[in-house]
Design a protein around this ligand. Structure first.
Ligand code: CIZ
Ligand code: SF4
Length: 369
């Protein structure tokens, strides 16, 4: 915590909030929420720390949160306890009078940063010099910046989340025979394999190399072009961790997120988004045993909420998303009290140039979801 305090002292006035005891932070957050009442909506992603998650009016994965944000046309302020691409999505889907606030602007996503518009445009030129654009659909995981969503919208593509990736990929294959999937290779590969697409129909696209490191023939032949991005949190889960639980815990069921590697996903019993993981464990019979491969805050919450089951974290390492972790009670209170005093801090505004097509890409997804 002390390291975090040191890093966070840069915002004017924020440092004082780190001197407050947890009870005071709680009381004051609850106080501002009561005062701003219906003008305010706090959204909380499943990976958030409990100290802020407990104040969220609505909780869930990025799909649920974006659908909900789109319906709340009467809330003036939407404070997003999550990461930047989620706040951008909320800004795109809400009206121009509504303000979306990210309590700490450093809450990004290292996976989202693995694809940027210059690289994606270069990639697209390389691909479409070999294949007509009418034969390939760009799909971006929601974990991506707004300009990449706009790119997909403009080129006949769309957004997906871990909850709906299969549906979205099916939609794309109904229209065109190939997909370019970014930034997460694992979600793309794991989902396509479950749809019966074999590994030899997929190529990995390394944007640092000409033609992604592939021959022209391989590009012409592939059905699925997977951007070489990954989540550093989920890639920490290893097949040995699954082997350990299978050996040590009788009747263990292993459930993992599709951002895990193919080797991990293949050895697991079940794979799905955070909402799927929560639903599955909540509905599981008392006494059942689960090892879960996703972000640690969520797994700890599952343990607490399911005392009649045994829930284990799948790795001996601490697989915590350090950017999700940045939204803490001092930042939440700081941004709320600024709002209360009439000044908006850390507003997320998607540039007009990206807004239209990013919204098209998101709405295509939301219609299918
Ligand atoms: O879609 C999301 O919210 C993320 C990033 C993970 C998940 O599976 O919920
Ligand atoms: Fe990004 Fe991974 Fe963190 Fe999710 S867990 S926000 S993909 S870095």
């Amino acid at each position: 915590m002390d390291i975090a305090v040191g890093l966070k002292a840069i915002e004017p006035g924020l440092q004082d909030y780190y001197q407050l005891p947890p009870e005071t932070l709680d009381e004051r957050i609850a106080g501002v929420k009561a005062k701003l009442s219906d003008r305010l909506l706090i959204l909380g992603h499943n990976y958030q720390r409990d100290e802020v998650y407990k104040f969220a009016d609505y909780k869930g994965d990025s799909l649920k949160l974006s659908q909900y944000a789109a319906q709340q046309t009467d809330r003036e302020y939407i404070v997003f306890c999550g990461v930047k691409f989620m706040a951008e999505t909320a800004d795109i889907l809400t009206t121009s009078d509504q303000k979306v606030i990210l309590p700490d602007l450093a809450a990004g996503c290292s996976m989202a940063d693995m694809a940027d518009i210059e690289n994606v445009e270069t990639t697209w030129q390389e691909i479409t010099s070999l294949i007509p654009e009418s034969r390939i659909t760009p799909i971006t995981y929601i974990n991506s910046s707004a300009d990449l969503k706009a790119f997909c919208g403009e080129h006949g593509g769309l957004v997906c989340t871990s909850t709906n990736a299969e549906k979205i990929i099916r939609w794309a294959f109904d229209r065109r025979e190939k997909i370019l999937f970014f930034p997460d290779q694992h979600l793309g590969r794991n989902t396509c394999r479950r749809m019966g697409i074999s590994l030899d129909e997929m190529i990995l696209w390394d944007p640092a190399q000409p033609n992604g490191g592939n021959s022209a023939e391989a590009i012409r032949k592939a059905r699925v072009l997977l951007w070489a991005g990954f989540c550093s949190v989920h890639q920490m889960f290893q097949p040995e961790h699954l082997a350990y639980f299978r050996k040590q815990v009788p009747d263990i069921k292993i459930i993992v997120h599709p951002e895990c590697s193919m080797e991990v996903a293949d050895s697991a019993d079940l794979m799905g988004s955070t909402e799927y993981i929560i639903r599955t464990i909540t509905a599981a019979p008392a006494g059942s045993r689960w090892a879960v491969g996703t972000e640690l805050n969520l797994v700890n919450r599952l343990k607490r909420d399911n005392p009649d089951k045994e829930v284990f974290f799948l790795s001996p390492m601490v697989c915590m998303c350090s950017t999700m972790f940045r939204i803490d009670a001092p930042h939440l209170l700081w941004s709320l009290e600024r709002l209360e005093s009439g000044s908006i801090v850390n507003q997320i505004i998607v540039p007009e140039a990206d807004r239209y097509w990013a919204k098209v890409a998101l709405e295509r997804m939301l219609e299918l979801a």
